[in-house]
Design a protein around this ligand. Structure first.
Ligand code: C2E
Ligand code: MG
Ligand code: MG
Length: 407
């Protein structure tokens, strides 16, 4: 018997519970047969006969009201017991929107049942179904509202891409490419950054349509930037990917079509996949990265060093580049331990013959230190903030600190 899971064998004729009992457990029939009925004494109406694999008694275990039916073993029966605590723990640690919906369904269902069975007259105080404190309720409602607005945002075209320049860390700063970063111009909330809505968009199943919009828009804008920049050098565009794109076979083909239709080269496209995605869905990520390579795209591991993953996987992944997370760049000149991490990542990248980008560079000193370590590309407020498309055009046409010295 494992912890938290109970089993019970009951002989034929056992009353497992009767109407009005406390709903302490839900049950799964492992072996045997159980009859569910309503009514008391001689007047009982059978509702169902359940067999192996079937679940019963979950309603009272869920909401804490007493039983609204009877359960009797018709044969010797083996039951798996699921305690009320097990169920509540799951609900309370799960999605608060699901909990809100469940609570609401249970309430209306119980309302009906109590009218039918006359329970409302028992004077029983309605027990609290599961933790539904005002904070949790408010959070669930706020989440639903935001989700709803996000859905509308797609239809109303409220998303916008910002493009942050990425430069070569050479003697002189030279533009190498851009990272596309999504923004939401919400009529109610103002300009909202991705940290505030990407996770929810993922939960709500909106990330794939948003991702489709991102690639279309990023490629169209980038093609204009490249045309404005001219033919002296191929720039690149980096696009952020979440784990939800990995299982979308059409996503990369769709991207390849956009790239071809704008006469760009696939090597100009960099897909940024975070280290956490690699850990969550390792097999999916390997297949996806391989497909990127077949199509000619480059692949970077974003936020490298924050995923606490084993390094064992790295040499097997056909990636092109590591992107040092900004949390290390931010602290590397203040904390020796951060500097040690940065050095180790750079050494790893060099050893595996991978390119290396440092993000979140805010000062000349950080840029100089990273350059001295042999980092290829830099990105951060020290060079440019994320820019709107029209600002990028100005940047390319001369306002850019293209010739500023980097130590
Ligand atoms: P990320 O891919 O690591 O992007 C870098 C983040 O660092 C961006 O934040 C950027 O604005 C910020 N940043 C750049 N330079 C500096 C600097 O010098 N100092 C500091 N403190 N920050 C800097 P942002 O735009 O808020 O994006 C946050 C995250 O949202 C991104 O992290 C990325 O994971 C995600 N994201 C952004 N756009 C998209 C998108 O189109 N699709 C998906 N799936 N995720 C996106
Ligand atoms: Mg990124
Ligand atoms: Mg990053």
């Amino acid at each position: 018997m494992s912890e938290g899971v109970y089993r019970r064998v009951v002989p034929a004729g056992t009353e497992i519970f009767t109407e009005g009992d406390l709903g302490d457990f839900a049950y799964i029939v492992e072996r045997g047969q159980v009859e569910i009925s309503v009514g008391t004494g001689e007047v009982k109406h059978a509702l169902a006969v359940l067999g192996p694999g079937e679940l019963f008694g979950e309603l009272a275990a869920l909401d804490g009201f007493s039983r609204s039916a009877n359960a009797i073993a018709l044969t010797e029966t083996e039951l798996i017991l699921i305690s009320q605590e097990q169920i509540r723990h799951r609900i309370n640690s799960g999605d608060e929107i699901v909990a809100l919906l469940l609570r609401s369904v249970l309430r209306s269902y119980r309302g009906d049942r109590r009218n039918i069975t006359g329970w409302a007259e028992t004077g029983e105080a309605p027990p609290e179904a599961f933790a539904s404190g005002p904070d949790r309720h408010r959070r669930a409602v706020a989440k639903l509202t935001l989700e709803n607005e996000l859905q509308a945002a797609l239809a109303r075209n409220e998303f916008e891409l910002a493009f942050q320049p990425i430069v070569f860390l050479k003697g002189h700063v030279e533009l190498a490419g851009f990272e596309a970063l999504i923004r939401w111009n919400s009529p109610l909330r103002g300009r909202v950054g991705p940290d505030q809505f990407i996770k929810l968009a993922e939960e709500a199943g909106l990330i794939v349509p948003i991702g489709r919009w991102v690639i279309g828009s990023a490629i169209r804008n980038f093609a204009e930037f490249q045309r404005a920049f001219g033919g002296m050098r191929d720039l690149f565009i980096a696009i952020n990917v979440t784990k939800h794109y990995l299982r979308e076979a059409a996503f990369l083909d769709n991207l390849a079509e956009h790239v071809a239709s704008q006469s760009l080269k696939p090597q100009q496209i960099k897909m940024e996949i975070t280290e956490s995605v690699l850990i969550d869905d390792h097999e999916g990520a390997i297949a996806w990265i391989s497909r990127c390579k077949e199509l000619g795209f480059r692949v970077s591991i974003d936020d490298f060093g924050t995923g606490y993953s084993s390094l064992g996987y790295l040499h097997r992944l056909p990636v092109d580049e590591l992107k040092i997370d900004k949390s290390f760049v931010e602290t590397m000149l203040k904390e020796e331990r951060s500097m040690a991490v940065v050095r180790a990542i750079v050494g790893l990248a060099h050893g595996l013959e991978l390119g290396i980008v440092a993000e979140g560079i805010e000062t000349e000193e950080e840029a100089a230190a990273l350059k001295a370590l042999g980092v290829t590309y830099g990105q951060g407020f020290a060079f440019a903030k994320p820019l709107r498309a029209e600002q990028v055009m100005r940047y390319i046409h001369g306002d850019a600190p293209k010739t500023r010295s980097v130590g």
